[in-house]
Design a protein around this ligand. Structure first.
Ligand code: HEM
Length: 477
């Protein structure tokens, strides 16, 4: 079936039954690259079909603005997905809940109670301690370091302590569970696009895997919540973790609506899914780019090493306030390597006209944020190159807070990421200390400029090969 009209956006030719699914890339060419290539032929607004589902692909800053600002209300719901439903409490979380009263309530809890400026600041001690632990671990490991592993441990330990009260990452299989969960989130559930092929997910074992991982995570969260309920110790406001805050909201019914246990688990699960892999991936890309660009490395080291510290002391968050180059390096990494290259999918709720094209209700929308940030129309100066200076000069006015559509790694509009401050705080302290405490080389005498930057497929786009490095301790005093 097709719901194209004569006024629909341009579409590449499609095959019977699968539509354009075969054009979505391969392990060698992830979807954001395949969609970029298609949009260069068919334009910045194009209509694809994934099986029977119409999908609008947006590849320009103007198009993104039309979707996430001008018509945000029409496009701020999420499509139904069996994978999300199975893994995320039937989408009773924040990130995948359809637009409506439930989403408004849980999103407001995230924005106002869990991820507000004051609470994010209150976790400064956790970030500093975990960064210090990472630096020590790197210093203690002789030889080649798998930096991806170190960064995944850092972000999971931070989120785990903040959300659950203590670090579970390295305990009893939680790491494997978390990795399986994140990987499964990116799986293609063919029955969502070609309903009569739904049985394939049973035969391939995908259904069973989803159910098993969801159950294990649910059992784990039940235990942690019960421990919190059994613990009657009074905690100071700045000692509370997310489960403490959520249980308090539930008990006091203070927001004028009830949240139940499923909602608490859904919200907490989102913090792991949205806040660990994304941040670790961003940091791995940042380190890869600066190792590849020695001049950026030395400028950044000059800036952060302006603060003297004894070997055992790390740079604290107070030390980072006046570090414009550090912030420009992070912004440039978010530009070239947005961890969620295609953001999270949206769906239209009503028929609407965009740039003269008719977009029907129930059209899914993918915004290629990766492509937009490399588009010469967005950045006229060497858009494909890693040049943090652009954000100190010509493009200094551009921010990633959802108002400048040429840089939308955290999305925009009603669905904007509520974790941006949390992520920025982790990114800054981790990166500053990594370059402050060590000089970096690649193993086997490989030159920085030869580092392979091939991208992986998946919901979060990593460097395909984990970054392996040799860290040479540096002391500024
Ligand atoms: C570098 C790190 C991160 C990146 C690149 C990122 C990116 C994104 C993007 C692209 C979206 C979808 C926005 C849209 O649809 O317009 C999103 C949503 C979300 N993010 Fe983040 N995020 C990051 C870190 C975090 C952290 C640390 C947390 C929480 C601790 C978090 C929590 C969420 C939640 C709850 C949503 C769902 C919002 C909604 O649907 O209304 N994120 N994020």
């Amino acid at each position: 079936t097709s719901n194209s009209t004569k006024n629909s956006p341009p579409s590449p030719p499609k095959l019977p039954i699968i539509g354009n699914l075969h054009q979505l890339g391969s392990s060698r060419s992830p979807p954001h690259l395949a969609l970029q290539a298609l949009s260069q032929v068919h334009g910045p607004l194009m209509l694809l079909h994934f099986g029977s589902v119409p999908v609008l692909v947006v590849s320009s800053a103007e198009g993104a603005q039309a979707i996430m600002k001008t018509h945000d209300l029409n496009f701020c719901s999420r499509p139904k997905s069996t994978v999300f439903a199975k893994l995320l409490y039937n989408s009773n979380d924040v990130a995948t809940a359809p637009y409506g009263e439930y989403w408004r309530q849980v999103k407001s809890i995230c924005v106002l109670n869990l991820l507000n400026t004051k609470r994010v600041r209150s976790y400064c001690g956790v970030r500093e301690e975990e960064t210090k632990a990472m630096i020590k671990q790197i210093r203690d490991s002789k030889g080649v370091v798998n930096l991806r592993d170190m960064l995944m441990t850092l972000t999971n330990d931070v989120v785990s302590r903040v959300a659950l009260g203590k670090s579970y990452y390295s305990d009893g299989g939680f790491k494997e569970l978390s990795v399986d969960h994140t990987e499964l989130l990116g799986s293609l559930y063919i029955g969502d696009y070609i309903p009569w092929l739904g049985w394939l997910s049973r035969v391939t074992g995908l259904d069973a895997k989803l159910d098993k991982v969801a159950k294990r995570f649910d059992d784990f969260l039940d235990v942690v919540i019960q421990e919190h309920m059994d613990n009657t110790d009074q905690k100071e406001e700045d000692q509370k973790d997310f489960i403490d805050v959520l249980l308090e909201i539930q008990k006091e019914n203070s927001l004028g609506f009830r949240i139940d246990r499923v909602s608490i688990k859904g919200v907490v699960l989102d913090m792991f899914l949205a806040g660990t892999d994304t941040t670790a991936t961003l940091l791995e890309w940042a380190m890869s780019e600066i190792i590849k660009h020695p001049s950026v490395m030395s400028k950044l080291q000059n800036e952060v090493r302006g603060v003297n510290k004894a070997e055992e002391d790390i740079l604290t968050e107070d030390d980072l306030i006046d570090m414009p180059y550090l912030k420009a390096v992070i912004k440039e990494t978010l530009r070239l390597h947005p961890p969620l290259t295609l953001l999270l999918p949206r769906i239209s709720t009503q028929d609407v006209k965009i740039n003269g094209y008719d977009i029907k209700a129930n059209t899914q929308v993918i915004v290629n944020a990766w492509h937009i940030a490399r588009d010469p129309k967005s950045y006229d100066y060497k858009p494909e190159e890693f040049e943090p200076e652009r954000f100190l000069n010509a493009n200094s006015g551009i921010s990633y807070k959802g108002n400048d559509f040429e840089l939308i790694p955290f999305g925009a509009g009603r669905r904007f990421c509520p974790g941006v401050q949390f992520a920025t705080a982790v990114n800054e302290i981790a990166l500053a200390n990594l370059v402050h405490k060590f000089n970096w080389t690649l193993p086997g005498g490989v030159r920085g400029e030869d580092l392979d930057m091939t991208e992986s497929s998946g919901l979060t786009v990593h460097k395909d090969d984990p970054l392996k490095v040799v860290a040479i301790p540096y002391s500024s005093v």
